[in-house]
Design a protein around this ligand. Structure first.
Ligand SMILES: [Fe+2]
Length: 317
């Protein structure tokens, strides 16, 4: 689907992908590339929107999840002169993505691509004589998160750092309390900006910016008081993906699968959940109860699980 945010900004959304934003200024900018599984539809939308990959000057990467960088390599092959802009944590994040995916339930990673512009907090990319995009490091969802700020239109391109009313999953191979603190600090810094509209990595643009900050801040305070809530928030989209990718699984299959993954992460030392292995059944039970409460999943009499809503509805709502 293609929509216009302004005369020179287009947004495209596809089934398994992040939003892709195209900024048509003197410099041509692409923010994220979507999932490679949606490539045909994405290229079709590019053609319909008049976007020429060969003319793109900068590809800005909000973070290295496959639904955001799944077509970076393809685009680089078709435009070797395009600068790919990433944070200095990008390589670290990619090097640990397999461990992250082990519990994510998402098996795919992006085809490799070469980055040539590592940016730091406050770096600016000039796109006309008077317009620029400021790079703001916003770790929390991932270690390598960047938000991109276009002050002349008061637009913030947040990647998965901000959703509408939903706290994103946090880097789970780090310490969850640390990731929560990083996300909280990222939000505090972004709240200082006079944002008119947030352009998130998934879902529609967020125009009620103040209300959204209020909601997210309240949730973060609750998370800080209850480590369980942070884990539950992380596991819900993960379980959602697992059910989607494994038709016919039962509630017990889900519990058993994530028990193994939980232990693997603890053994690797990647997941400092502040919780011992023995806490897992209680936490998983809360995850499934919350999914029941949110009417995200239903079970047949034999325990077979079915998603009631589309995958990622939890994120998009
Ligand atoms: Fe993400």
């Amino acid at each position: 689907m293609i929509s216009k945010l302004s005369d020179n900004i287009t947004v495209m959304s596809h089934q398994q992908s992040s939003n892709i934003y195209y900024l048509d200024f003197a410099k041509k900018i692409l923010i994220d590339t979507g999932h490679y599984l949606d490539r045909d539809e994405i290229l079709s939308d590019f053609a319909n929107a008049g976007i020429n990959i060969g003319a793109i000057d900068y590809l800005l990467v909000t973070h290295a999840h496959v639904d955001h960088v799944g077509n970076c390599a393809y685009m680089q092959q078709h435009n070797p002169n395009m600068h790919i802009v990433v944070s200095d944590s990008h390589d670290y994040f990619l090097n640990h993505l397999n461990e992250f995916n082990a519990v994510e339930g998402i098996d795919s990673i992006a085809e490799p691509y070469q980055t040539d512009m590592v940016v730091s907090d406050g770096d600016r990319i000039c796109i006309t004589d008077t317009d620029y995009i400021e790079c703001i490091m916003t770790p929390g969802h991932t270690t390598d998160g960047i938000s991109f700020w276009l002050p002349t239109q008061q637009l913030l391109f947040s990647g998965d750092t901000i959703y509408s009313g939903v706290v994103p999953q946090l880097d789970i191979y780090q310490s969850l309390p640390l990731a929560l603190r990083l996300l909280t600090e990222s939000y505090q810094r972004l709240q200082a900006l006079p944002i008119r509209m947030i352009c998130p990595g998934h879902g529609s643009p967020i125009e009620n910016v103040g209300d959204n900050w209020t909601m997210l801040s309240r949730k973060l305070r609750k998370f800080a008081q209850s480590p369980d809530l942070t884990i539950i928030n992380n596991f819900i989209p993960t379980v959602e993906h697992y059910i989607n990718d494994h038709p016919g699984v039962t509630k017990q299959n889900i519990i058993d699968y994530f028990a193994v993954k939980y232990r693997e992460l603890l053994d690797k030392g990647f997941a400092d959940f502040d919780q011992p292995v023995s806490a897992y059944p209680v936490i998983m039970n809360k995850v499934l109860m919350m999914m029941d409460y949110l009417q995200m999943v239903r079970y047949d009499d034999d325990g077979t699980a079915h998603l009631v809503r589309e995958v990622n509805h939890y994120i998009k709502q």
